[in-house]
Design a protein around this ligand. Structure first.
Ligand code: ADP
Ligand code: MG
Length: 418
């Protein structure tokens, strides 16, 4: 339950029953063709602010999911209700959905239908849908991609598009969801969140190669992530702190990276990361490149991106070697780099990470874009409560609001529930 900030994941049947109820309350004529789909939130184990630099990241799907009960219509109307936006039914006609033309949370949903046509040339009819979710909102756990992805698999099924049955098809759905979020909801995010929501596998982390134009077969790899055998758990610590200045800061980081890559005569910072990786003298190679950049800020931003891509590679190598208990120092180094070089941490994130380590976490770092949101800690499974207690006490001492906690068990991708 919600005791002391713990946010439990619903069993899939529970989520399905709840969302059917939400549907029945808004659109009282429940019929047999109403079905339910769901999609997970996510945490990123490592590889932060690398996706828009053509880099690598390593997210896992959470057991916390967004549920959608959906029924196609014979006209082009879209009618939506959500347990998380009570008291209103969001409505639009599909032909009226376009960049800048719709607003509110329904943009994430209607945007998917729009993107299926724009990106994939697939027509869908209108629909009635209800949403309910146990993914915390705005916590950096990607409730937005969970919403888009649940709708994408629903529309794929009811429209008979046949994309959800293969990884390549799911990669295409992920691209459509990214366009929905960027162009219709107006949020300039990279592709990590939608890819993991649609392409994850339970018991695995997903190694994503974010270079543009890659084949689906090359852009994602399943990496076994067996916490249970090692007696470990990934504790997610939601600071529940207001995100501040996120939009402008995110765009600034992107621009700095792009300008630096250009100044170095490369297409993206990934090229530099690969050159550093291939070099006999990685530190020397990185230093030579950084010395070409006149601005200290740009040098630090580039150093973060290049070293972070290296840490993704190192962490994946440890996992493949069955050494999950040894990934902690890489998580700690990632946090330091994000805090000091990339400057996207916050006091709440730093306090959570520090308190987790003091209580015995093997490693801890902020996760997601930063400036608030969540941090993760690798802990002995039987220490998760104690680490959470330590973080809660530290937040109280600092006068922060109470944090939330959940356990990140690598879970199923988006799909039909019933
Ligand atoms: P995050 O993805 O980190 O949770 P975002 O700001 O990207 O945060 O996405 C949150 C937004 O997504 C909400 O403000 C809302 O518009 C939409 N959203 C996500 N889940 C739901 C839901 N269950 N019901 C209604 N809107 C939702
Ligand atoms: Mg989001």
């Amino acid at each position: 339950g919600a005791a002391r900030g713990w946010v439990g994941a619903w069993a899939q049947e529970t989520g399905a029953a709840r969302v059917r109820d939400v549907f029945a309350q808004a659109f009282d004529d429940v019929t047999a063709d109403l079905r339910v789909w769901s999609a997970p939130g996510r945490v990123n184990l490592i590889g932060e602010h690398t996706d828009y630099n053509d880099g690598l990241c390593l997210p896992i799907a959470l057991p916390h999911r967004t549920y959608v009960a959906l029924r196609p219509r014979s006209d082009s109307l879209v009618r939506l209700t959500s347990a998380q936006a009570p008291g209103e039914v969001w409505e639009a006609r599909l032909e009226d959905v376009a960049p800048g033309a719709v607003s509110g949370w329904g943009a994430y949903v209607a945007g998917v239908a729009w993107a299926l046509r724009e990106e994939l040339g697939r027509e869908v009819t209108g629909f009635d849908a209800a949403v309910d979710s146990c993914v915390p909102f705005g916590a950096g756990l990607s409730s937005s991609a969970a919403l888009e992805s649940s709708v994408a698999v629903a529309l794929d099924d009811v429209g008979g598009l046949g994309l959800g049955g293969s990884d390549a098809g799911r990669a295409a759905l992920a691209t459509a969801c990214v366009r929905a979020e960027n162009e219709i909801a107006g949020a300039p995010t990279g592709g990590m969140d939608q890819s993991v929501a649609l392409r994850a596998r339970s018991g695995h982390a997903l190694l994503l190669d974010c270079r543009r134009g890659l084949d689906p077969a090359e852009s994602a790899e399943q990496v076994p992530f067996d916490l249970e055998t090692a007696g470990l758990a990934v504790l997610v610590m939601d600071t529940r702190a207001e995100h501040q200045l996120v939009d402008g800061q995110y765009a600034q980081r992107r621009d700095t990276c792009e300008a630096a890559a250009h100044a170095l005569g490369t297409e993206s910072l990934r090229e530099l990361a690969d050159a550093v990786e291939a070099s006999d003298d990685p530190t020397g190679t990185l230093t030579v490149a950084l010395d070409k950049l006149p601005e200290d800020v740009a040098r630090r931003r580039v150093r973060h991106v290049v070293t972070e891509i290296g840490r993704v590679r190192d962490l994946v190598a440890l996992l493949r070697d069955g050494r999950v208990g040894e990934i902690g120092p890489l998580m700690n180094a990632s946090h330091a780099s994000l805090r000091d070089d990339y400057e996207v941490s916050s006091v709440e994130l730093d306090v959570a990470v520090e308190a987790a380590r003091v209580a015995g976490a093997l490693g801890a770092r902020m996760t997601g874009g930063g400036f608030g949101g969540s941090a993760i800690a690798l802990v002995a499974a039987d220490r998760a409560e104690a680490v959470a207690d330590s973080v809660r006490a530290a937040f109280e001492r600092e006068g922060f609001g109470a944090p939330g906690f959940l356990l990140a068990v690598p879970s199923e991708p988006a799909g039909a529930v019933d």
